[in-house]
Structure formats: structure tokens, C-alpha cells
Design a binder for this molecule. Structure first.
Ligand code: ZN
Length: 331
């Protein structure tokens, strides 16, 4: 990873910090065994806003350490874009480092965090030992050096993650809004927007109108979207509302920063997928037949752009879950 802007310290392999404008940075997460989301770092008149906090406090602490290379301002605000664990399980690191830091999201997401966090954390604690055992088994069976090295690295991460998730203290938002929250801090104007259901029921977009930049959470990502908690039909409409905003730069939930042209492709994938599933279902295809035909039909347009991360999040595999979700919710 070349540090394009801000030095390299411990943990710098987890994130590449990229300048996204005057006083705005994207911490773009590298693919990891336990996925980390991106963070956006935004200078405000009174300090810093951090958007999203990754899958664990140690990852958030890497960002905290890297902030020192960027600015001496304190973190005053943390925003969570949605309730998925890999976007907020690091929350506790920020008020620990900056007492009084406020954590902000919308009502729907805060409710979902409160309702689901206990179960989610317990799930991780319960399932990690089996995951670790599977990695140990794979390591024993591995035949070449590079495979061994990769599995060893995953294993180290998995063991460390189990320790960390056992000690996790879920840290919930201290401010919740309904539709829109506008903050004016010095010269910085920040709009926190809920534009409708998409990747989850409560996605939050962080929009900087003067800088024409939007932080999307997982409502837009650089690989195939996860739809398990999503609302595919609403998602397309929400992205149309997003397209109505005037921006040129997007900081995504996962994957590199992009221009707004990525939104067209990403929206197109969801819309075309819904249409293809409906068409096949209307013609009498079974779910299994749909899962065979639709990836084949959409591959020429979408496989390459949605496979920028190769085997890390394979399109051919993820599209099957997308089809199941559409089949269950949008026929
Ligand atoms: Zn997500």
C-alpha cells in the first residue's frame, strides 16, 4: 500500500488514507479476513467528524493514531451510516480517546443497533471458535507456501478478533435524527440525510454540498452489494434521490473513492437484477433456474466492474444471495 498522503504507522496496512478535498480524507480499508469498512474524516470548525468505525475498536484505534499525521483537532462527532457490525463495532474507541465525542445516526439505525447488537456480538463469540478450527484444519491441509501464509495470517486475525469481540462494549449513538440533520461548523456545512430504505431500513448519507462530496455507507459500495437486510426496489428509488444531489465525489462504504459515474453502474446492477429476476419468475422459472440464468445474462455488463476485488467478494457468489433476496421480497 503506498501512503498517498499521510505516512505509515502501525496498522497502516489496514487503511490507505487519501485526501478527498480540503480538510476531507477517506480511509480506504484494505481487504481483510474480518471486513473493515471505510471511514471518512471531515474537519469541522470545532474538530473532526469521523464517518463509520469498522468492525472492531482496534481498527478504529488505527484511524485515531493516523489522525495525528493529519491534524491536531479533536474528534467531536462520529456518524454511523447503518447498523451493520462492520460499521460501528469500533465506536467505543472514540469517546474513550475524546470524552464527550457525540455519536450520531438516525432513529431507525439507532433502534436497530440497540435491538440487534447483543445477538450479533453473541453470534460472533459463539461462531468464531468453529471458524478458527476450520482455518486450523485448512492450514494443516495446505500444500503450498503462499496458501499457508495466507491461512496463517487469517488465523492470526481470527484469534485476535475473538479476543476483541469478547471484550467489546457496544457504544450507541448519543444523537439520533429522523430525516435530515444539518450541521454548520465554521465554514463546513454537513447534511446527514436519510433518503429512504436501501442497503438497510435506515441508511444515512453524509453530504457536503459545498465540496460536492457524499459519503454513502453501504448504500453504494465498490463491489457487489450485500442485500440480506436490504430493500431492493426501494434501494433503486433511494439511489435516484441520491442522484438528485449535486456531487462529483463519492466515499463508499467499501472500495475506493469514485466519481458519480459509479452510481449509474451500481444502480443499474440493482435495477437490472430486479427486472431479470421478475422476468424469469413470470416465465415460470424456479429459483434454481433463475440463479443459473440471471448471472449468465448479467455477466457481460456487470461481472467485471463489480469484481474489482477479485476473489475477496466474488460477484458470481454474491449475486446468488442478491437473487434470493429479490425473489423473497420483490416479486
Ligand atoms: Zn452494511
Amino acid at each position: 500500500m503506498g501512503g498517498e498522503c499521510c505516512g505509515s504507522g502501525p496498522g497502516s496496512e489496514l487503511f490507505e488514507i487519501k485526501k478527498a478535498g480540503d480538510g476531507i480524507w477517506a480511509a480506504v480499508a484494505a481487504p481483510a479476513y474480518k471486513v473493515n469498512c471505510n471511514a471518512a474524516i471531515i474537519e469541522t470548525g470545532d474538530g473532526l467528524m469521523i464517518v463509520d468505525t469498522h468492525s472492531k475498536p482496534s481498527a478504529a484505534r488505527v484511524i485515531l493514531a493516523r489522525l495525528r499525521d493529519i491534524t491536531s483537532k479533536p474528534v467531536r462527532y462520529v456518524v454511523n451510516t447503518h447498523f451493520h457490525w462492520d460499521h460501528w463495532h469500533g465506536n467505543e474507541a472514540y469517546p474513550a480517546a475524546y470524552p464527550g465525542a457525540e455519536i450520531i445516526t438516525n432513529d431507525i439505525t439507532r433502534e436497530a443497533m440497540l435491538r440487534r447488537s447483543g445477538g450479533r456480538i453473541a453470534d460472533h463469540v459463539r461462531t468464531m471458535p468453529a471458524e478458527i478450527a476450520a482455518l486450523e484444519k485448512a492450514l494443516a491441509a495446505a500444500t503450498n507456501a503462499s496458501e499457508k501464509q495466507r491461512i496463517e495470517s487469517d488465523l492470526r486475525e481470527a484469534r485476535a478478533y475473538l479476543e476483541e469481540v469478547r471484550a467489546l462494549r457496544p457504544t450507541f449513538p448519543t444523537i439520533a435524527f429522523e430525516h435530515t440533520m444539518r450541521m454548520i461548523r465554521g465554514d463546513r456545512e454537513i447534511e446527514l440525510l436519510h433518503l429512504g430504505r436501501a442497503h438497510t431500513a435506515g441508511d444515512v448519507f453524509v453530504f457536503l454540498p459545498k465540496e460536492r462530496t457524499v459519503v454513502t455507507g453501504d448504500a453504494v459500495v465498490g463491489w457487489t452489494p450485500y442485500m440480506g437486510d436490504g430493500f431492493p426496489e426501494d434501494w433503486v428509488k433511494t439511489l435516484d434521490r441520491l442522484a438528485g444531489l449535486d456531487f462529483t465525489r463519492m466515499i463508499l462504504g467499501h472500495g475506493d473513492m469514485t466519481g458519480r459515474e459509479w452510481l449509474g453502474l451500481f444502480r443499474g446492477y440493482i435495477a437490472d437484477l430486479i427486472e431479470a429476476v421478475r422476468r424469469e419468475a413470470a416465465a415460470g422459472a424456479t429459483l434454481d433456474q433463475i440463479k443459473e440464468r440471471v448471472p449468465r445474462d448479467l455477466a457481460p455488463k456487470y461481472e467485471k466492474p463489480l469484481s474489482a476485488y477479485g476473489d475477496y467478494r466474488p460477484w458470481r457468489q454474491l449475486i446468488l444471495g442478491n437473487i434470493e433476496r429479490i425473489y423473497a421480497t420483490a416479486l
